[in-house]
Design a protein around this ligand. Structure first.
Ligand SMILES: Nc1ncnc2c1ncn2[C@@H]1O[C@H](COP(=O)(O)OP(=O)(O)OP(=O)(O)O)[C@@H](O)[C@H]1O
Ligand SMILES: Cc1cn([C@H]2C[C@H](O)[C@@H](COP(=O)(O)O)O2)c(=O)[nH]c1=O
Length: 229
């Protein structure tokens, strides 16, 4: 029997607020654990003590789009260095509720911040963090798979209406979320090898089936996961 540790896997969940990511993130983590993998479950903005402080600022304090983008990437850099890279180097499965696609969708498409400048910040924040010796210093960390919950903004608004007290993003009007959804579509089109579009406008069981199918198709989970809706 091989004693080599499995290769680390990095999976992100994305989508507009209220798209329905939360319960499936926990479900996917459990499916990996059931099949013997160690899982680091985390989120952005956040995931470290410093990044959680930055999250509180981003979600509750007024600021301009550049400040918002810089805070998102500062939090991400700390998160990568302190949590994501060490977990991947240990061979764990890292599942993050949001990553950089959210910055392109919210600060880029939503707020109107320049997409090319975001790409520069992305490269700065996500390069030179990897701990694995086989990754060259110019390697830019990105998720191995991004599960994008695609849901019309008006459906998400109905789902969120009674769910909780809105933060600074959730309080935005429908047009903002329509732009954010468009931003996600643009990111997905640019990286089809990484993105999996999940039709989130359906029941929870059907959403889980799409997630399980995508992960099983990669050979990361056995087909037993597909029946655990
Ligand atoms: N498939 C579904 N059909 C109907 N309602 C759903 C579905 N999935 C989730 N919901 C409900 O929609 C609301 C938002 O779901 P959830 O909090 O999981 O979204 P989210 O993507 O994690 O949102 P956020 O990113 O803002 O935290 C909750 O009230 C949840 O119960
Ligand atoms: C990573 C990231 C997130 N956001 C926004 C998106 C959401 O409205 C909140 C996070 O809240 P959630 O309930 O945990 O989804 O932050 C953003 O604007 N930019 C980002 O980079």
């Amino acid at each position: 029997m091989s004693t080599a540790s499995p290769k680390g896997l990095f999976i992100s969940f994305e989508g507009i607020d209220g798209a329905g990511k939360s319960s499936h993130i926990a479900g996917l983590a459990q499916a990996f654990r059931d099949q013997g993998r160690v899982v680091t479950l985390t989120r952005e903005p956040g995931g470290t003590p410093l990044a959680e402080k930055l999250r509180a600022l981003m979600l509750h304090d007024a600021m301009d789009p550049l400040t918002e983008a810089l805070i998102a990437f500062a939090a991400r850099r700390d998160h990568l260095v302190q949590v994501i890279e060490p977990a991947l180097a240990r061979g764990e499965v890292v599942i993050s509720d949001r990553f950089t696609d959210a910055t392109f969708a919210y600060q880029g498409a939503g707020r109107g911040f320049d997409w090319n400048q975001l790409s520069v910040l992305e490269r700065m924040a996500q390069t030179g963090t990897a701990l694995q010796a086989d990754l060259v210093s110019s390697f830019m960390r990105e998720p191995d798979m991004t599960l994008w919950f695609d849901l019309p903004a008006e459906v998400a608004a109905v789902r969120l209406a009674t769910a909780r007290v809105p933060d600074r993003f959730e309080a935005q009007p429908g047009e903002f979320f329509a732009r954010v959804a468009q931003g996600y579509a643009q990111r997905a089109e640019a990286a089809p090898q990484r993105f999996v579009r999940v039709d989130a406008n359906t029941c929870r069981e059907a959403v889980w089936e799409q997630i399980a199918q995508a992960v099983v198709a990669k050979g990361w989970l056995s087909s037993a996961a597909e029946s655990k809706a």
